[in-house]
Design a protein around this ligand. Structure first.
Ligand code: NA7
Length: 539
């Protein structure tokens, strides 16, 4: 191997986005593409998150690639919400189907990327000391992949096992006959709690913030539904990409308070029965995420359901959220029911915070100590921007991404950042807040068009101008601050990680609007983007 390998494109990551990017650019555009993956297999999120109960809570008809009808037809999903193993098998199937493995270097982390202004190319270094150069870099590093790994005092002294849900061991963790503590009650926490509640001898759930949770209404896949989709596959894909959340269901245009209380109750009851958190939030009424009154109507309903389910009064009180419902909506069958089991105990660590992890277990500030054999950290991720900032990235004028994003991440369209030419981010900060796989494909297609445009016109680079980036940031903020998602602490606004900028990280205008605005860039000649060092159009 030469000292430095030159390729057209480097792709970082082999999750949903990286796999498709490699396929699209290598096989679609005929470019010389080299992919890198830190793990020893493909899958990204679905490679790492192997904890018991891990599954997508998006219905599978929208949790897959939608650009390839044959692939959609040939792969037979078994359940409404696919479990981790099945999604990983699907991604491996796609990798083999498209013969991608020969272009992927596994067990390799990208340490740094540096833009060379003289050559107009990126210089990329791996953790193995290898050097590559590429005209384009596509970073499919994941929205939720940089783990938020807490460091409680005394953590290393614990005599049992500690596992983070997103770094779960590949071999089975047998908790039968064991005392298990779970810290965290987000999507991962609620999933792992239900499973641990079935297996562990005793389960202690250390809850800081209670969550609303809707049933999933899980079950086998409806073959009729898949057939209907196949009958008009293009129309279906278009409807997904024209919707707000891209979850594959129809969103409601009806404001919650525009109907009678009886009708509202009927709609909520129907949504509850159908299951799915996003469906409940976006398909029951149009304004649960934006109007406090509509949000309260929804949470009153959800609290009523909790009161009907949770038997112990004190447990009910601790499990009942006091906030608006404006975190990423959860769904899970049997979550609240788990707390009715005698061997499952809820510990309120908002009232009495965790002081330390000791040799024996978890000690709270009050001095109460819980003896445990296994501790599960379901503490989430340094989401959205975290993975990009883990790589040492340097753009024009020697300015690093870490410097540029110190106050907050800045991008145009959630895909490119000014001063970082030809560097594309799939589902980067200030991108749409949606279900991901179909949107990953859409963004990669957009990137492929931009790359083709550069090559067809004999150019070297494309990048957003500072002014255009600022406009996009403003657009995103104007929309996001009208929603309730900015009013409640969660990874959506960066408030889950100590020291991280608490700000807006998304374009909350919906995928349909994003599609209209961003999708038109190619025909318009990329207004707001500078090509080959000269402005192609004024911003
Ligand atoms: P989340 O949704 O960020 O949840 C993390 C949970 O961990 C949440 O309940 C946190 O409480 C809790 N947490 C984090 N740090 C601590 C400490 N130090 N002490 C106590 N509790 C803590 O992560 P998930 O992995 O569940 O899900 C992330 C996304 O992945 C999900 O939305 C899906 O899109 C896929 P807090 O609420 O901050 O008080």
């Amino acid at each position: 191997m030469p000292d430095v390998v030159d390729v057209d494109v480097v792709v970082i990551g082999t999750g949903f986005s990286g796999i498709y990017a490699l396929h699209k650019l290598r096989d679609g555009l005929g470019l010389n593409v080299q992919s890198f993956e830190e793990a020893d297999g493909v899958g990204g999120t679905w490679y790492w998150n192997t904890y018991p109960g891990a599954r997508s809570d998006t219905e599978v008809n929208a949790y897959c690639y939608l650009t390839d009808k044959e692939l959609f037809e040939e792969w037979k999903w078994s359940e409404r919400y696919p479990r981790q193993k099945e999604i990983l098998a699907y991604l491996n199937h796609c990798t083999d189907r498209w013969d991608l493995r020969r272009s992927i270097q596994f067990s390799t982390r990208i340490e740094s990327t540096r833009f060379n202004e003289e050559t107009g190319r990126w210089e990329i270094e791996t953790n193995k000391g290898q050097k590559f150069t590429a005209q384009f870099v596509i970073e499919g590093v994941g929205l939720l992949s940089s783990t938020n790994y807490p460091d409680f005092p005394g953590q290393s002294t614990f005599a049992g096992q500690i596992y983070h849900t997103a770094r779960w061991p590949k071999e089975k963790v047998d908790v039968t006959g064991k005392r298990v503590g779970v810290i965290g009650t987000g999507s991962s926490g609620t999933q792992v709690i239900v499973e641990m509640g079935k297996e562990a001898q005793e389960l202690f759930v250390f809850q800081r913030t209670p969550q609303y949770c809707v049933p999933a209404n899980h079950g086998p896949l409806d073959p009729e539904k898949m057939k209907r989709i196949l009958d008009d596959f293009e129309g279906y894909r278009e409807s997904v990409l024209r919707s707000i959340t891209s979850f594959g269901f129809e969103e409601s245009p009806v404001p919650a308070m525009s109907v009678s209380a009886e009708e509202r109750e009927r709609v909520f009851e129907d949504s509850w029965r159908q299951g799915n958190g996003f469906r409940f939030m976006f398909a029951s009424f149009s304004d649960i995420g934006v109007d406090p009154e509509a949000n309260k109507a929804a949470t009153d309903f959800l609290k009523k359901k909790m009161a009907e389910t949770i038997k112990d009064k004190k447990t009910l009180e601790t499990l009942t959220p006091k906030d608006l419902w404006a975190k990423r909506p959860l769904c899970n069958d049997g979550y609240f029911e788990t707390f009715n089991k005698d061997h499952v105990h809820l510990v309120d660590v908002k009232a009495d915070p965790i002081a330390a992890i000791t040799e024996k277990g978890i000690r709270l500030e009050s001095g109460a100590e819980y003896e445990l054999d296994v501790i599960v950290l379901a503490t989430g991720f340094d989401a959205v921007s975290g993975m990009y900032l883990k790589i040492d990235q340097t753009g024009r004028k020697g300015i690093t991404l870490q410097q540029k994003w110190e106050e907050r991440p800045r991008t145009a369209y959630g895909m490119m950042s000014a001063g970082f030419p030809n560097m594309f981010m799939v589902y980067g900060p200030m991108g749409p807040f949606t279900n991901q796989p179909p949107v990953h494909e859409w963004q990669v297609d957009w990137m492929a068009d931009a790359i083709q445009y550069v090559r067809d016109n004999g150019l070297q680079t494309i990048e957003p101008t500072e002014e255009f980036e600022e406009e996009w940031m403003q657009t995103c903020d104007d929309i996001a601050y009208q929603t309730l998602f900015m009013k409640v602490n969660s990874w959506i606004n960066g408030s889950n990680v100590v020291g991280k900028p608490v700000t807006n990280y998304f374009y909350m205008g919906g995928m349909g609007a994003y599609n209209d605005v961003v999708g038109g860039a190619k025909e318009a000649g990329y207004p707001g983007f500078r090509t080959g060092g000269a402005l192609s159009h004024s911003a």
